[in-house]
Design a protein around this ligand. Structure first.
Ligand SMILES: NC(=O)c1ccc[n+]([C@@H]2O[C@H](COP(=O)([O-])OP(=O)(O)OC[C@H]3O[C@@H](n4cnc5c(N)ncnc54)[C@H](O)[C@@H]3O)[C@@H](O)[C@H]2O)c1
Length: 361
């Protein structure tokens, strides 16, 4: 017989994704009962396979675009972490309609229900929202946004996430939604897929296979990489700090490295014979890509709010990704999951008021 749970319940949208699966794990370790809602488009059953036998973990394979499912889940959970999104440069350039609908409409559905049932919500946004800043000065949360034209397709992601932030803030201002917004800078670690253009898993996979590491552009662009364990610690601490409501926080490492140096470091750490191959952006993604040169987060605000800072440096990140890929292989191709199985569990026994009312609210 299943135990009757008195635990606090968290809904993690995108819970079978890279960051989402680590977040689910951390929440379970902290004594939460966790519902993961994921359509497995870029996430994978493998990411949560080790959790699926637990009575306090429930995977619902469905979409945030489904109001009925979202209605039920938000109703039964105490808090909502909204991480589900169309993510990754390649996906965004190839499927702009899918990106915009998932990120804008999906978030709207989640916000609507969090407001309806009075649940606290954390929205995962992105450093892409800052746009194309050319200098290396750390970006504070109130920095201006610098965007290219709408004809350059890569801005679909930044624009969609900026719209998510605006919607969340509007729900707070006009309807009292309790929400906190997190702008994630590059987050890396075990289980991240390289399939959609994420650089570290891609480099490690190539280096371990002895194949050339493809550098897009000239490799002088820099990035800061934060270990997923640090990121997840920030997400749960922000959720637990009610005074952060309606605020935006950067979450990221300030340790900056050029993509060229990163490639060399990966080759060194894997003792690989791989060479470097420079590929122009247009060749990788076709026209419509403008890369951001540098992206360093200012982290004073989150440090002051919850005392958070990144603790694991790039060598730890790389060592963990290399170890994971050596043992588990590269992150699986989500397209290889086959037809998604829908697992709909209603263990709390509570049933939500019908979603029909939400439309008029
Ligand atoms: N990893 C990073 O460096 C990074 C940086 C900035 C922001 N983010 C944000 O963090 C969040 C998680 O990203 P991630 O890196 O773990 O990527 P991910 O692709 O592993 O996670 C996204 C998850 O959302 C799921 N999903 C997509 N559309 C869905 C839908 N309609 N319904 C339900 N689930 C859906 C995917 O299957 C996947 O599991 C995203 O919101 C992303 O924008 C990540």
């Amino acid at each position: 017989m299943e135990p009757i749970s008195t635990r606090r319940k968290a809904l993690v949208t995108g819970g079978a994704g890279f960051i989402g699966s680590h977040l689910c794990e951390a929440l379970l370790n902290d004594g939460w009962e966790v519902y993961a809602l994921d359509d497995l488009s870029t996430g994978s059953l493998d990411n949560v396979a080790h959790l699926r036998e637990r009575w306090d973990f429930h995977l619902v394979v469905d979409s945030v675009l489904s109001p009925t499912v979202v209605n039920e889940l938000v109703y039964k959970c105490d808090v909502v972490y909204h991480l589900a999104a169309a993510v990754g440069v390649r996906l965004i350039v190839e499927q702009p309609v899918h990106t915009l609908l998932t990120n804008v409409r999906g978030t709207e559905v989640i916000l609507e229900h969090a407001h309806r049932f009075g649940k606290r919500l954390l929205l995962a946004s992105t450093s892409e929202v800052y746009g194309d800043h050319r200098d290396q000065t750390p970006l504070p949360e109130d920095a201006r946004r610098v965007y290219g034209p709408t004809t350059a397709r890569r801005w679909a992601y930044a624009d969609s996430k900026a719209m998510d932030e605006l919607l969340a803030l509007a729900y707070h201002q006009e309807r009292g939604l309790d929400c906190v917004i997190v702008r994630l800078f590059n987050t890396v670690g075990p289980r991240q897929s390289g399939q959609y253009g994420m650089v570290i898993p891609r480099f490690v996979e190539r280096a371990l296979a002895g194949e050339p590491l493809e550098i897009h552009g000239d490799g002088t662009q820099t990035r800061c990489f934060c270990h997923v364990a640090d990121t997840v610690r920030a997400l749960s601490a922000l959720m637990e700090s009610p005074e952060t409501s309606a605020e935006i926080y950067n979450v990221g490492s300030q340790q900056s490295i050029s993509i060229l140096d990163l490639a060399q470091r990966v080759i060194e750490m894997t003792r690989s014979e791989s060479e470097l191959a420079f590929v122009p952006y247009e060749e990788v993604y076709g026209l419509g890509i403008e890369d951001m040169y540098h992206r360093v987060p200012a982290t004073e605000k989150i440090a002051a709010a919850i005392g958070w800072q990144a603790t694991l440096d790039l060598d730890v990140v790389l060592a963990d990704v290399i170890k994971h890929q050596r043992t588990a292989g590269p992150a699986p191709d989500p397209a290889g999951n086959g037809a998604p199985q829908r697992e709909w569990e209603t263990r709390s026994g509570a049933s939500a008021p019908s979603t029909a009312r939400t439309a008029s609210e």
